[in-house]
Design a protein around this ligand. Structure first.
Ligand SMILES: *[C@@H]1O[C@H](CO)[C@@H](O)[C@H](O)[C@H]1NC(C)=O
Ligand SMILES: *[C@@H]1O[C@H](CO)[C@@H](O)[C@H](O)[C@H]1NC(C)=O
Ligand SMILES: *[C@@H]1O[C@H](CO)[C@@H](O)[C@H](O)[C@H]1NC(C)=O
Length: 200
């Protein structure tokens, strides 16, 4: 609900998209298509498109993922360049990127919230940027074909281990979110396992 309000307010004010500023290599603003011109609020969000050189890279990743270098891979999955990613990861959680991945696979229950977020969003992750809202907004501002190409390219370059680490980190974050919600509810005298709350 909150997300929806943020989106409606943002689209009303026509704020510029943070994604274009965050990932200048990847996105540029695009003019809305003529066919989109008279549609409702949601499609009047500022729109972005993939830059031509990134489109070529995505297509190469989908067709021949084995030819993608480490640096190209980081560009595709929206991470800083490898050296920078390694430096940030060490500075933030005192583990190298491979060590953190290993921990997420073998001991996911020991992950801290920051470690889980770094696995999901990269060591460049900054909690002050409203990541979830930005991502949703970005998705709504792209053409479906662009969104699918981006997802396909990301899927093509991720290894099995990276995907497993990612899924474990996501599970941990979801569990923390649930705990936090129950805690807040309990403070207000609700019990979420009881009827009618469990009928949501
Ligand atoms: C959009 O709306 C304007 C009037 O508000 C109308 O003249 C125009 O034909 C519409 N364009 C499309 C593509 O429906
Ligand atoms: C970082 O990890 C190393 C072992 O990998 C340990 O010796 C060191 O004390 C740790 N530093 C901090 C600040 O926790
Ligand atoms: C909430 O309700 C469930 C099921 O009735 C019960 O097992 C649990 O202890 C309750 N939790 C609290 C904090 O009262």
């Amino acid at each position: 609900m909150l997300l929806l309000w943020v989106l409606i307010i943002q689209s009303t004010l026509n704020w510029p998209l943070p994604y274009q500023a965050l990932f200048p290599h990847t996105y540029q603003l695009r003019k809305p298509d003529k066919s989109e011109h008279n549609k409702t609020t949601m499609t009047q969000l500022p729109t972005i498109q993939i830059k031509p050189e990134m489109r070529d890279l995505y297509q190469k990743a989908v067709a021949t993922p084995e030819t993608i270098t480490h640096a190209e891979k980081n560009l595709i999955i929206g991470r800083p360049p490898p050296d920078e990613e390694e430096r940030l990861c060490l500075a933030k959680v005192n583990l190298t990127v491979p060590q953190l991945r290993e921990k997420a696979i073998t001991h996911p229950e020991q992950l801290t919230p920051l470690e889980a977020r770094i696995i999901m969003h990269g060591a460049g992750y900054d909690p002050a940027q409203h990541w979830a809202v930005d991502r949703l907004e970005k998705s709504l501002s792209m053409r479906k074909e662009d969104r699918n190409l981006e997802l396909d390219a990301r899927g093509a370059v991720k290894t099995r281990d990276e995907l497993r680490a990612w899924m474990n980190a996501e599970d941990r974050l979801a569990a923390w979110g649930k705990e936090r919600l129950e805690e807040l509810a309990a403070k207000r005298g609700h019990n979420l396992s009881k009827w009618p709350y469990n009928r949501w």
